[in-house]
Write a protein that binds this ligand. Sequence first.
Ligand SMILES: CC(C)(COP(=O)(O)OP(=O)(O)OC[C@H]1O[C@@H](n2cnc3c(N)ncnc32)[C@H](O)[C@@H]1OP(=O)(O)O)[C@@H](O)C(=O)NCCC(=O)NCCS
Length: 171
Amino acid sequence: MDSLLPTRLRPMVTADLEQVLGWRNHPEIRRYMYTQHPISLEEHSRWFEKKSADPDYHLLVFEVDATPLGFINIHKIAPGGIADWGFYAAPDAPKGTGRQLGQAALHYAFVTCGLHKLCGQALAFNASSIKFHRNLGFTQEGILRQQHFDGQHYHDVLCFGLLASEWPSNS
Ligand SMILES: CC(C)(COP(=O)(O)OP(=O)(O)OC[C@H]1O[C@@H](n2cnc3c(N)ncnc32)[C@H](O)[C@@H]1OP(=O)(O)O)[C@@H](O)C(=O)NCCC(=O)NCCS
């Protein structure tokens, strides 16, 4: 991907619902989520209505050259600027989109929101996400053993954390 193209993060709006749902329901995204059933537009709309009214949630769309190419959810989970995040790039996004999305999200988290710490969790078989967190400078802080049941098997969950003081020098 041409890294010279302008990127931005903006709040998700109602007009994004169908596109973001299309990404979320794509098999290559859904398989890495905690809930893996295909989500209906109604369920997705209810989720959006609830979360977008909650000041602890930041639902964001990542754009490259004004084209939406990813979704990020930053959720404050504790006092003192501690939040977790979830994200996915559009399944057909060009190579390099994930990294750009990650860098934009960290800037948003630590500069725009002034967070102290961002936490991520990845299923142990999600090699892309694990590599992605490490490449962005996250430290692996623990493993929740067999913490996720997919209906047939248990999976470990890897926990990652990045402090504002560690960013951006080690990303
Ligand atoms: C997690 C996610 C955003 C990570 O993005 P990513 O795959 O690292 O995205 P990138 O496009 O930056 O990198 C893809 C590959 O292209 C490579 N790449 C990066 N820039 C490139 C470029 N300009 N040219 C060619 N290749 C490039 C990367 O090194 C990477 O290679 P790798 O797979 O060997 O590491 C993405 O995989 C995703 O949306 N996954 C599904 C949802 C998900 O798992 N979400 C997280 C839940 S915890």
